[in-house]
Design a protein around this ligand. Sequence first.
Ligand code: MG
Length: 386
Amino acid sequence: MSKEPGFSSVVIVAGGSGRRMGRPKQMLPLGGKPVLVRTIQAFKQVPSVRQIVVVTPSCNWPEVLKYISDVEFTDPGATRLESVKNGFACVDKSAQIVAVHDGARPLVNPTHIGDCLQAAQTYGAAVLAVPVKDTVKVAENEFVARTLDRNTLWAAQTPQAYRREVLQRALEEFGSQKDATDESQLVEKTGVKVRLVPSDYANNKITTPEDLIFAEALVNKQVIYRTGLGFDLHRLEPGRKLFIGGAEIAHTKGFLGHSDGDVVLHALCDALLGALCEGEIGILFPPTDPSIKGICSVDIAKKVLGIVRRRGAEIEHIDATLITEEPKIKPHYDAVRKSLANVFEIPLEKVSFKSKSHEKVGEIGRGEAAMCHAVATVKITNRETI
Ligand code: MG
């Protein structure tokens, strides 16, 4: 990472032993990746973050490096505050803003990270926080001593970000306070006012086994849509069967090809593969392979559907436009749509199919060939497969 003056550094503290979880919580899998890896990846998405220092035992370093490069590591201390100090010692001297983040908060929103860094730049110190949902009681000898006014209460999260000199002064003057549960307490003692930056409740610290279950549900809920484009053209030859979108249409000509030449299925398969960056059907089914000569295009589509499913994706919508002079396609719209819904195993309302003539222009206009343009949109619900 290039480190021009004014950049932000983040210290990610992941030194915990996982007393409550049985093993270090930061290395537990969440949606297929260690919690700590997801945490680091959130900061990788923030443009102003140019240095990431991960404070974690050296036994965790190789596992993190399987997923991420360009991070720096240092060993944790005996307490959280000692770990923060170790991380701060590794921070580049030209960093203007230094943020501290819990390694066990993997679902921090990168936009909120950016908000926090910006607020630190403006106010000197800032923490992400959410309004407290529960009514909070102060206890004395197992009885309620008093009830706090919930409207004034915020739960502090991380990152907590500071102008470099603000954090440095707080660590130097109050860094021996072993009971401090976050750095902003130390900064508050120096007299700097800490700005509250609204966050969300997904930025929870994974501390107990049920926290991990909630986090897993949130990861799996995250949905990404991708769209791909497909195109195909085949010659029309007399005496061959005509297949359009897997439906056999009565006509005097059919598509010439290594397979049955179904341009609509071929274009849609390429669109689906395009949405997943998986190449094109010529790679999966090389026209030079004699073993697949005469292959039914429905078999090609089923193989592509298998790839879609292996990637944790589902087909959200397909749309194909067949450009041909003959036969007239409009009477077959319903049959082709039903066939496509059947081949791709999706409801009819997710299938669009239409046709255009080529106004008697060129080879397509003379009925010597037909072509198809297609788009496909897939929904990916498991981020691990992206
Ligand atoms: Mg083709």
